[in-house]
Design a protein around this ligand. Structure first.
Ligand SMILES: [Cu+2]
Length: 148
């Protein structure tokens, strides 16, 4: 009986530690116009673990394709490019911003209506899955930021 308790206890610890090895994700998606086919979201991803995390896949119920994008300055022209993955170094934070890295929601299946929420699923190179549910709002409407 005692042994069983020890096993249960240690597996709980392992599970908790495993969760903590994950990422802390917050952010927002921009509202989209009615009929728009593309939308964008901006995440802040904190990697509290001692290992780099490389996100390789993203998905969302709002769009057929969910991609990591960034902007490149090519001969004075800003061009949007798809990133094959998104690396968050150990103990580092990535903050997506307009004009920089962002999440692109392509072929929207419904309008990103202000006040609603969108869930984005992320997968890393090791097969770990992460999920974040973010509000649909303009960036400047981030009134609750100080409470986090
Ligand atoms: Cu984009």
């Amino acid at each position: 009986m005692f042994l069983i308790k020890i096993i249960l206890f240690s597996s709980t610890i392992f599970f908790t530690t495993n969760l903590w090895a994950g990422l802390m994700i917050s952010g927002h998606a921009n509202p989209s116009e009615k009929g728009a086919t593309m939308g964008s979201a901006y995440l802040t991803i904190m990697n509290h673990s001692a290992e780099d995390v490389t996100l390789t896949k993203a998905s969302s119920s709002y769009a057929k394709y969910t991609e990591f994008h960034t902007h490149l300055n090519e001969k004075g022209m800003m061009r949007m490019v798809k990133l094959k993955d998104l690396k968050i170094p150990a103990h580092a934070t990535i903050s997506m911003k307009p004009g920089g890295k962002h999440i692109m929601l392509i072929q929207l299946s419904k309008q990103l209506a202000k006040g609603n929420k969108v869930t984005i699923q992320l997968t890393d190179s090791k097969g770990n899955n992460y999920s974040t549910t973010i509000p649909i709002q303009r960036a400047e409407a981030k009134s609750d930021h100080s409470h986090h």
